[in-house]
Structure formats: structure tokens, C-alpha cells
Design a protein around this ligand. Structure first.
Ligand SMILES: Cc1ncc(COP(=O)(O)O)c(C=O)c1O
Length: 390
């Protein structure tokens, strides 16, 4: 136990956000898609990394910042972000279009109801409003389908408005499985829908965008005018469910990406337990031998996944040690044997890395039966964020 008397009240769990790694990953996007504009996807609190800090870091480099919800976009404007902002989920009513106009936010319209709102906006304000259209090419979630197109085109020509869509986008359902025929079909449909727009003579001016991270890395034909990286900006492989040739979990490092978030905490207890002693709630894991077990100040109350099973690695002194027993709200237990076998004596206060530098998050998500996206978005407000720049 440390004996200095400087009282520390900082939370034990920390997320260190490496903005140099973010910059590196952004450059990787530019290398992969050199002809395309970059729409940096920073929705959901920048995939849990902190909306404002990430927006500030990416604003000057990106052609657009993209968020899902209007309140995220408004927050960015209120905090002084001047970059173009694309609102991926569009609006739910006329009043929200007025907010978009006021805050210079570009909505992506995905259904005829939203388009009716825009028509009303044109009638009532006589103002212009840049917008994009979302096309459903096969994901069948959001977007205008081919069957909606003639009505849409008619509305566009009737409005006689300067507000022709600035861009069209669509989203892949299976870009992380690039060999699937569905990807090609979606691109064919995207081109087909674009030809409808070309009948108006405006298609050349329209920004076309399909590629998310997986498509940026694996489907170059999908890059079109703009790419929309999300997870790869944060240093994580969009192919995390797959295994590499040497039978390892595929991570961001395999795509030349660097992890942006390192989640860490500290050892808060070290126990010497006897063979047969069972650990934690339910006593689901019992010591096979007399052994040392460490208790780490991280739990599902911080966003660490409760379903992480025994064997999920954590990093202490750069050595992987396995979690044992159930994850609690505030702590987990780990088997310290791998450290002791290497002659390292762990101490209370030692740093424990849960994921990030030295321990790819993809290993944790794979063990926990989820995806890194979800782990990142789950980090709770109890975790202290530090932003690191060289
Ligand atoms: C419309 C849209 N574009 C781009 C992205 C970025 O995807 P990824 O994080 O897989 O790169 C997302 C994320 O889900 C999205 O919804």
C-alpha cells in the first residue's frame, strides 16, 4: 500500500484517450481512400471516447463530422465546433428542421415523412437547407427504397427548389464479410438509384457515400466521393469476429491501426487463498490450488462487461493474467499466478489494463460474446477520462 499522505480522490478507473493514435488512424483512412472525402463518425459520444474532445481533434481534418441524434449535433455547435455536421438519423418534426437551419446542421432524410417536413419548411420559410438523402439498398433499416423513388423524384422536381440533395448515402449490411455477394448487390442498387437522380441533371454534383470502416478497408470500389469511418478511427478492427492466419483474434493492429482508448484501474487487494476456496458471487470459480488472487477496482458499474467469463485477460506489468469468477459492480478478481511465475510481485495500487495499449479490446469483446463497439459505448460516468497528446 502506498504511504504518501497526498489524499487522492480521483476515480480508480481511468480511460486514457490517445489523440495521437486518433490522428494516426485518421491518416490510415486517408491512405486507404485517397480520392474520397472523409466523414468522421462520432455518434454515441464518439463511440464512448468523449464527443467534444474527439470532435475538436477531428474537426479540421474531416469534411464532415457525423452524429446520429440532433442533441449531439446541437451540443457540438454550442461548444463552438464549426465543422460541417451531418445528422445521420435526420429529424422527427418540422421544429427540428428549424433547429438544423439555425445551427447549420445537415440532416440526412430517410423517409417520405421527413421529406414532407422539408417541403413544409420550404413553403413556410422560403429558405434553403442543405440536406442528404439516405437510400435503402438492402440493409432494410433506414432509407428510401427503389419503390419510393418515382414519388421522391416528383416531389423534388415540383419543389423547384435550390435545395437539391447535397449527397446521397447508403449503408452496408455485411461489409465486415466483404466476400458476400450482398455487398456487390447493394453497390449495384446504389448506382441504379443514382441514375434516377441523374435524370434531373444534378447527379454529378451529388456527393455519394457508402463505405463504413470495413468497406474502407476491404471494398475499395465502394469508396465513391466520401467514406464514413467510425470504429477504425478508434483503432479497432471492423473484422473483430474473424481469426488471423496464425489463429489469433483479428485486431486493429492487423489493419495498421492504434488503439485510442486504454481502460485501466488498480489492484485494491491481494489475497492468498487455499485450494477449493470459491470466489465472488455464486462462488462459481474455485481455486484449483493454493494461490494468490488480486482484486481489481473495475466492474460493470464502470462499464466492464458483466458477461466477461473466467479466463478473460487483463494486463498487469505487461503480463496477461486471467479474470476468475463473476464480474461484480465494482470489482473483478484475477489469478496472479502468471506474474509470480515470472518473478514479479504485484502490489496494491499497481495499474491494471482492461483493454487498450498492450491488450486489444477485440480480445475482450470476443471472450465476452459481444463487439468492441458495445464495450466502448458502455463506459460509465464513474470512469475518469484523460486526453493525451504528444
Ligand atoms: C450511417 C453510418 N455510417 C457509418 C458508420 C460507421 O460505421 P463503422 O463504425 O463500422 O465504421 C455508421 C455506424 O454504425 C453508420 O450508422
Amino acid at each position: 500500500m502506498k504511504t504518501d499522505d497526498s489524499a487522492k480522490t480521483l476515480p480508480l478507473a481511468k480511460a486514457c484517450i490517445d489523440l495521437n493514435a486518433l490522428e494516426h488512424n485518421f491518416q490510415q483512412v486517408a491512405i486507404q481512400a485517397p480520392q474520397s472525402q472523409i466523414i468522421s463518425v462520432i455518434k454515441a459520444n464518439a463511440y464512448g471516447h468523449g464527443l467534444l474532445a474527439i470532435a475538436k481533434a477531428l474537426a479540421d481534418k474531416s469534411d464532415y463530422l457525423a452524429v446520429a441524434r440532433l442533441h449531439e449535433a446541437v451540443l457540438l455547435r454550442e461548444q463552438g465546433i464549426e465543422a460541417h455536421i451531418l445528422l445521420l438519423g435526420g429529424v422527427t418534426c418540422f421544429a427540428e428542421l428549424l433547429i438544423c437551419q439555425d445551427k447549420h446542421i445537415t440532416p440526412v432524410l430517410h423517409c417520405s415523412e421527413q421529406f414532407q417536413c422539408l417541403s413544409l419548411f420550404w413553403q413556410q420559410t422560403k429558405a434553403t437547407l442543405p440536406y442528404w438523402l439516405k437510400l435503402d439498398t438492402g440493409m432494410h433499416r433506414l432509407g428510401f427504397q427503389e419503390t419510393d423513388f418515382s414519388a421522391l423524384m416528383e416531389s423534388l422536381s415540383q419543389q423547384n427548389s435550390p435545395d437539391y440533395p447535397q449527397g446521397i448515402m447508403s449503408h452496408f449490411a455485411c461489409a465486415d464479410e466483404p466476400e458476400k455477394l450482398k455487398n456487390q448487390k447493394q453497390m449495384d442498387t446504389f448506382r441504379q438509384l443514382n441514375t434516377y437522380l441523374s435524370k434531373t441533371g444534378q447527379a454529378e454534383k451529388i456527393n455519394k457515400s457508402m463505405a463504413n470502416s470495413a468497406a474502407i478497408l476491404a471494398i475499395p470500389k465502394s469508396h465513391f466521393d466520401s467514406v464514413r469511418p467510425g470504429i477504425m478511427l478508434y483503432g479497432i478492427s471492423p473484422f473483430e469476429g474473424t481469426i488471423t492466419q496464425d489463429n489469433k483474434v483479428r485486431t486493429g493492429l492487423d489493419e495498421h491501426l492504434l488503439p485510442v482508448m486504454t481502460l485501466s484501474s488498480q489492484l485494491i487487494a491481494i489475497k492468498r487463498l487455499k485450494q477449493g476456496d470459491c470466489i465472488g458471487y455464486g462462488g462459481t470459480w474455485c481455486c484449483p490450488d493454493d494461490m494468490s488472487v488480486g482484486v481489481v477496482a473495475i466492474g460493470y458499474g464502470d462499464g466492464y462487461p458483466r458477461h466477461a467469463p473466467t479466463g478473460t485477460p487483463v494486463l498487469i506489468h505487461n503480463i496477461e493474467v486471467p479474470l476468475v469468477g463473476r464480474v461484480s459492480m465494482d470489482m473483478i478478481s484475477v489469478d496472479l499466478s502468471p506474474l509470480l511465475e515470472q518473478g514479479i510481485s504485484p502490489a496494491i495500487g499497481d495499474e491494471v489494463v482492461l483493454w487498450g495499449q498492450g491488450l486489444p479490446i477485440e480480445k475482450i469483446s470476443q471472450k465476452s460474446g459481444t463487439i468492441a463497439y458495445e464495450l466502448l459505448c458502455q463506459i460509465s460516468s464513474r470512469v475518469c477520462f484523460n486526453y493525451k497528446i504528444k
